[in-house]
Design a protein around this ligand. Sequence first.
Ligand SMILES: C[S@@+](CC[C@H](N)C(=O)[O-])C[C@H]1O[C@@H](n2cnc3c(N)ncnc32)[C@H](O)[C@@H]1O
Length: 260
Amino acid sequence: MKKIYLIGIGPGNLDYLTVKAINTMKKADVFFLLEKRGRKEHEDLLKIRKEILKKCLNRGTYRVVTAKIPERKKGSKSYKEGVKTWRQQKAEVVTELIKSKMKDGENGAFLVWGDPSLYDGHLEILQHILKQGAVNFEYEVISGITSVQILAEKHKIPLNRIGETIVITTGRRLKEYSPAEVVNVVVLLDSYSTFKHFKDADIDIYWGGYLGTDDEILFSGKLKDVIGDLQRIRKKAKKKKGWLMDTYILRRPEGSESNE
Ligand SMILES: C[S@@+](CC[C@H](N)C(=O)[O-])C[C@H]1O[C@@H](n2cnc3c(N)ncnc32)[C@H](O)[C@@H]1O
């Protein structure tokens, strides 16, 4: 039987790679690296994954297979439908990789950014492939350190105070919240500075760009006072590196009205 490992690698910095992740990498015969054409961000992230392999494993003990995956088409369909179609296309690529690039009894691995359980499609893709019955394999998930954990670590904050709720969402969904509903809202996947919808409310922001990497930027303050600076920082970072990965938490200040 073939076996696939989904290995969470944290932010790509060796300091955040778990011992379990490294030990599992040592078991893999082949690493599958999925590549999106022509995007600087994906080229950089691919390079980081290759460097991790070089630093953690002995030369000649593993194979690397890179495969091109399509970009998600934006436009005609709803966001959810668009992502579903895109995952279907990725599933076809992954099926072919498992079928043709692994022998029976071999272990294959995907290096997943952060942790495979948080806004990542690999698990659903593997489950979809098994359901379709196109190829058979076992699989295992190895946890990684998420960007959310590093955000809390670097700002030296807990994600919640006593008994409070934590919401984890995307920039796209953040707009559905009213300022009064914000207690602790962690936001990922936000290319559009959606925090600006809360600029008039009494809310604190703890923001981190490229967390856990050498380019890390941290910023925090009362949103209404710092929003201009934060937007400038985001714009400058994006221009300098060609892409930006950021995560933030919006938080009701201590002592303000609570419904909990
Ligand atoms: C597709 S999600 C993957 C999340 C990942 N599985 C995790 O555990 O962090 C990508 C989003 O995660 C966040 N992210 C991932 N790595 C980050 C980093 N090093 N610094 C800041 N945000 C990061 C950003 O919000 C980015 O848009």
